[in-house]
Design a protein around this ligand. Sequence first.
Ligand SMILES: Cc1cc2nc3c(=O)[nH]c(=O)nc-3n(C[C@H](O)[C@H](O)[C@H](O)COP(=O)(O)OP(=O)(O)OC[C@H]3O[C@@H](n4cnc5c(N)ncnc54)[C@H](O)[C@@H]3O)c2cc1C
Length: 353
Amino acid sequence: MNKKVDYLIVGQGLAGSILALTLMKGGKSVVIVDDAKGSTASKVAAGLFNPIVFKRLVKSWLADELLPFMNTFYPEMEILLGTKFYFSKQILKPFSEEQERTLWTKKTEEPVGKYLSKDIYTEDMNGIVYNPLGISEVLHTGNLDTISFLNSFNEYLRKKNLFVEEKFDFAQVQLLENSVSYKEFVAGKIIFCEGYKATENPFFKWLPFKLTKGETITIKLQKEYLIPMDIVINKAVFILPLGDNTYKVGATYEWENLTEIPTEKGRSELVEKLQKVLKIPFEIIDQQAGIRPTVNDRRPLIGLHPKYPQIAIFNGLGTKGVMLAPFFADQFFGFLENSSPLHNEVNIARFKF
Ligand SMILES: Cc1cc2nc3c(=O)[nH]c(=O)nc-3n(C[C@H](O)[C@H](O)[C@H](O)COP(=O)(O)OP(=O)(O)OC[C@H]3O[C@@H](n4cnc5c(N)ncnc54)[C@H](O)[C@@H]3O)c2cc1C
């Protein structure tokens, strides 16, 4: 028998999960198909959110709009899913050059200054961090524990029988007049949230993805060198405490050899950078790799297929999935359900089909 559903979503990474939660919150019925395999970007991500682009010390795109939105969305989802996964952190930035510190001080007086602490500390965090030029702090930052978020939502979906664990089979898609069928499901729309795998999707592989592989290592420090859980150090690499004196360190950016397999090159790049930050020895206990769904123009890819309006995409979250997804899932909901506008810079209509 046919199962009717408003939206069939393909992919339960950050994009698919956050879009599904937003649609459900708005009273829509949703089923998610995911093959639950591989080292996906969402599973590997540190989940950090940071309103600053460090290189130029400018606000990251739409930071003022995205942050308040996230600060409502994730805590609401923590209540719904009964799990804590959204954390406020201090991102500490040790300066690498005199020039960098001068620029920081200047920027604290500009609008971006609301995200930059005026204080510059000279301490070396109990002998852990090289700090010849001072450390300052980015304000309003934190991280989403992506694994805990994805797992708790997956459990929620499975309990309600709304999760199908399989590789999506494109041969089973049938376009109907105002809907689309896939196996036993008849959906108002299918929304593809497949991350980088969209490059293999027959409906959307024409979109200009420019994928970026990223690698991380997990290190262990000796007990006496504890970095507090609410501190993230960021200097060429981030060091994110995971608990039990282990830390995630990342990430690399690589545009070739796009596989989910960790490499010796990625590991040595991270080790080299880490040795310039940490004064103390560390042991590597894990290494991971994932592929970010980055786009030529660095903006998300959201919208309806130009020929088949029953087929849609929510993707291209690039390096900033945690910040972008809640805001644009909400905007996409408005677009799908109330015909409200979709930001020109994210709408896939900006590209020629
Ligand atoms: C090393 C690294 C560090 C990062 N750090 C951060 C960070 O600190 N902060 C931040 O905001 N972002 C970070 N990112 C980026 C972030 O991970 C992405 O923006 C985000 O995870 C993209 O989510 P997604 O759901 O679009 O893609 P994915 O995570 O790739 O999810 C896609 C899902 O679709 C499923 N799928 C695909 N095709 C099919 C199919 N045919 N059938 C069934 N299922 C399918 C996959 O199994 C997967 O579960 C990082 C990324 C990497 C690689």
